[in-house]
Design a protein around this ligand. Structure first.
Ligand SMILES: [Ca+2]
Ligand SMILES: [Ca+2]
Length: 510
């Protein structure tokens, strides 16, 4: 009996220690932060594979490779990134430094390294809890793919016609994009080849997701089968598609195929317009995108937000065209991107405010150097990792003045406020007692404390062209103390009850 009693008391004490600790939640894709690398333009870690490298030719190989990425994994991790998206790594025809001109779907591009070196990169990334997302192209091959001259493969391609009418879906799907030979996914043989190939890379290399290129140029029924088959290979395998279109309903229609997420072009269009120029109104436009995404997507929290990519002028260039300061403007855009719902995707080079015009000027070789944006991104990354409200929370607009907005994000018992002053004047924003009860305390996480109270409520003092994230803390009661008080009370009650039972049993035996 004594043994049973001791066991009971021990059990209660163990429960007392374990239960108040918040159970660690499983990471889901909305918790990720993606760093996007064009392999050839990132870091040259192995000069033995530098065939026809010419740094003076923007359309030639520049020497970046898998070994270079492996050497920079710590750099990427220190900025807070949890996933890397790589441009296609399959063997390309000459001058296909970007990876989108496939010559062999099953071979690794020799400029980047070997299949074994790629597997090492995946392993090294996984050891750091970094996921690898590969860019995959199934719409077209390179201009000189061997199938083009293979008599048995003539029906693997659509007839040679240019995409002339971009509103005609049949033309968009079956025409040649930039003159590239267009694969016939409706041919069962071609389809099987592409599906087997996509599954093979996952089985062979243990990658964690695909960024799907040119989604709108391939029929939806192909993507349906693709999503089902590819996801059966690996649990939680992630599909993020590129549907390059400004109409959110057109993009969202592809979610029905089973593709999990999309790079959010409507977000990109508004964010680059608003944050590259002072005085632009933020709230109603940016929050409007969120409101619409909520109606269009089952899980809008996993859409990919971005302000830079390899197909558009860099954000820095837009800012310079507006005669503004890139670092100042980048901070505002990044602060919004990291605190709004959606997965932040940062294109290599943004962390040093890299400049660049249209393709290929937006693909310069990375320069590793100190920059204030690197530490800014690290701070934002930490905030996102430490505050689930920023990844899973609701997203409410509290204030929408010209150029200045305040948003609130709440998840369970955690609340954060995000304030952005997009104007060239210091601003004061009043939050009424209704918007934020004055019993709470605001703790600024990016800059200095600049909060006061007046008869209406809180006054946030926002310096010109600045962003601030506040953690809202309850002042009235300390919940941790409450938790422990309850658990100690339960423990004592349990011990008393058991002692009582023990005495009763002992008395009966006696
Ligand atoms: Ca190299
Ligand atoms: Ca096509």
């Amino acid at each position: 009996m004594r043994k049973i009693l001791t066991a009971f008391i021990t059990l209660i004490l163990i429960c007392n220690i374990i239960i108040p600790v918040h159970a660690e939640e499983k990471d889901t894709w909305e918790d990720e932060m993606i760093y996007f690398i064009m392999t050839d333009r990132f870091h040259n870690g192995d000069t033995s594979n530098d065939y026809q490298v010419d740094l003076n030719d923007p359309r030639a190989y520049h020497g970046g490779d898998f070994q270079g990425i492996i050497e920079k994994l710590d750099y990427i991790q220190e900025m807070g990134f949890t996933a890397i998206w790589l441009t296609p790594i399959v063997k390309n025809e000459p001058k296909g430094y970007h990876g989108y001109w496939t010559e062999d779907f099953y071979e690794v591009e020799e400029h980047f390294g070997t299949l074994e070196e790629f597997k090492t990169l995946v392993q090294e990334a996984h050891e750091r809890d970094i996921k690898i997302i590969l860019d995959l192209v199934v719409n077209h091959t390179g201009y000189q793919h061997p199938w083009l001259t293979d008599p048995d493969k003539q029906d693997w391609f659509h007839e040679d016609q240019t995409i002339l009418d971009w509103d005609n879906q049949e033309n968009v799907e079956n025409g040649r994009l930039a003159g590239l030979p267009d694969l016939a996914q409706e041919n069962p043989e071609t389809r099987k080849y592409l599906l087997d190939m996509a599954k093979w890379w996952i089985e062979e290399t243990d990658i964690d997701g695909y960024r799907l290129d040119t989604v709108k140029h391939v029929p939806k029924d192909f993507w349906e089968q693709f999503a089902t088959e590819v996801k059966s290979v690996k649990e939680d395998f992630f599909l993020i598609g590129e549907v390059w279109h400004s109409d959110p309903t057109y993009v969202a229609d592809y979610a029905k195929t089973g593709i999990d997420s999309f790079v959010d072009y409507p977000f990109f269009n508004e964010a680059t317009r608003i944050f590259s120029n002072a005085d632009q109104r933020i709230g109603r436009y940016m929050h409007g995108i969120w409101e619409r995404n909520q109606t269009l997507y089952e899980n809008p929290y996993i859409l990919g937000n971005f302000i830079d990519n390899h197909d558009n002028k860099r954000f820095t260039r837009l800012v310079l065209e507006n005669n503004e300061d890139p670092a100042t403007r980048l901070k505002l855009a990044l602060a919004y991107m990291y605190t709004a719902p959606g997965i932040p995707i940062v294109y290599y080079g943004t962390e040093i405010a890299m400049d660049g015009g249209e393709d290929p000027d937006n693909r310069h070789l990375m320069e590793f150097q100190d920059h204030e944006i690197i530490s800014y991104i690290s701070t934002l990354g930490e905030m996102r990792q430490e505050n689930p409200a920023l990844t899973k929370g609701d997203f409410v607009m509290l204030v929408d003045q010209i150029g200045t907005s305040v948003f609130s994000r709440t998840y369970e018992d955690e609340q954060l406020l995000i304030a952005i002053n997009n104007t060239v004047e210091d601003q004061e924003v009043v939050l009424t007692d209704e918007e934020l009860p004055t019993i709470s305390k605001l703790v600024a996480k990016l800059g200095e404390e600049s909060i006061s109270k007046n008869e209406e409520g809180y006054v946030l003092h926002l310096p010109k062209e600045s962003a601030e994230i506040y953690v809202v803390e309850e002042v009235e009661q300390d919940e941790t103390t409450t938790d422990y008080t309850i658990w100690y009370a339960i423990t004592i009650a349990g011990v008393v009850a058991l002692l009582g039972i023990w005495f009763v049993i002992r008395k009966r035996k006696a």
